[in-house]
Design a protein around this ligand. Sequence first.
Ligand code: HEM
Length: 124
Amino acid sequence: MNPNTPSLYERLGGEEMITALIPAFYVRVLADPELGHFFKNTELEKLHAMQREFFVMATGGPIQYSGRPLAHTHHGRGITRQHFARFTGHLVETLLDMNVTREEADEVIDRINAMTNEITGASY
Ligand code: HEM
């Protein structure tokens, strides 16, 4: 990639945008009758902080994710590919609502989809 090409992180709007994105996204996830129950014992403030770090890192921004490996956090919870698809659907809607272009939203989703097995476990 051309070193002068701005990273996805920069094109999305950097730290400010991602800081706004995470809570708006989880409002949708928690309101989803098929997803909300996964989070009933989760400390949301910590989840937001970890997810924010993770997103900055995954989009090429300057923060190193300090949380647990995704497979440790997610395997054994019974998260299926259908759950995963609903989760990414909410992410696309949140991004489009925040005036991210369809092309950039697709780039985010490509990166997220690459992590499917870490979240669902290959057996689901
Ligand atoms: C690629 C998609 C996903 C990414 C990048 C992701 C990322 C993360 C991160 C960074 C954390 C915090 C880990 C920590 O505390 O150390 C987390 C926690 C969590 N995630 Fe995900 N996640 C994804 C998909 C999902 C899906 C589809 C579900 C359920 C439908 C889910 C359910 C959870 C739950 C319940 C927790 C909290 C665990 C706890 O209470 O300790 N995640 N996720």
